[in-house]
Design a protein around this ligand. Sequence first.
Ligand SMILES: [Zn+2]
Length: 416
Amino acid sequence: MRAFILVLFLVSLIYDSFSQNRPNHCGTTSYYQYQLSVNPDLANIRQDLEIKTHDFVKANRGTGSKEIVVIPVVVHVIYYNAVQNISDAQVLSQIEVLNEDYRRLNADTTNTPSLFTSVAADCQIQFCLAAQDPNGNWTNGITRTQTTKTSFDINTDEAKYTSTGGHDIWDRNKYLNIWVVPSIRDGSYTGILGYAQLPGGGASTDGVVIQYSNFGRIGNLSPYYNLGRTVTHEVGHWFNLYHVWGDDGTGCWGSDYVDDTPNQADENYNCPSFPEPSCNNTSDMYSNYMDYTDDDCMNIFTEGQKLRMWATINNYRSSLKTSPGCLVNSVPEVKQNRSLVNIFPNPAVSSVLFNFDETFSGLISVYSIQGLLIGHYTLNSTKDFVLDVNSWQSGLYVAIIRNSAYVEVKKIEILK
Ligand SMILES: [Zn+2]
């Protein structure tokens, strides 16, 4: 059985290139072919990973683990012009989308066809913007680099190196790196929204690259791919998921190595009406994040996909589970001369009011005194923000209030 699976796996890698003949907005399979061409050992590394993944899935199916992992994220904004230098709020909106989609807290779960709701998964994966950089210093989790390049080719990976107009990676053992770039091309083809490195590739290139106009759900976004699902999809690849149709062109033999996604002929675009059958299935799972449908059509990962991702979290990417990336190691220096916000009551019991001198757009991040992230809160032209602390335990907390021009740190005491 295992030999059969491995043969299929290798064949599917060979036939990945079939999909290049079709309109293709994910560069991951093409990028993998490029990486394989410069590093033939990658096939063996991936084969070994696939065996480990298969064994993990077999051993852990149906165990119902309650574990939740929090993945520290750094977003490298690489911009040519001001529009591409996206706001902190746009970055935050993408982190929110990831946290909804990977916890099945997205508002559009109601659109999942009933045929598939029994396999829909809370993947128990969360994401936080980094609070300390690789040197342990305070960071807001966003780097900004002006570049002279207007597009970045997946075959040269220039976005991932400072020396070629991008930004060097932060240690992939501590962070998920996301590079946001002006545009992406694959040779002369320019329709790519994003691409990811599958587990097994090089340490200096390990992450996800996204076009700025498909990143987050606020800002200057392109039609159809404007709800942050491109990143949900690419991060799925980074966790070792394949496309649901199995990357076999239009055949029915390719597999995503997940047993609760229907066998599917090829990718879907736009948003089909249920049912959309192929390969003798009742319907393709076209609303899966690993298909090619519009952002407002996507709403589901499955239990089988979750297991594959957790195989990666517990093996290949296990160092992320103990990463200090989201712990506040040192509080930032206050940039301004006077405070812009008052917090009361303090100590508080059930709620805390943040009262700003004037309307404020930015982010409030709250940490326990031990440095653990409690939550991020995005403010958009807000004068009074009420934080519900009913479920919080007594103790000291640190709130970091920030936008691109301002940072302020406040202590909050909760008394029950
Ligand atoms: Zn893809």
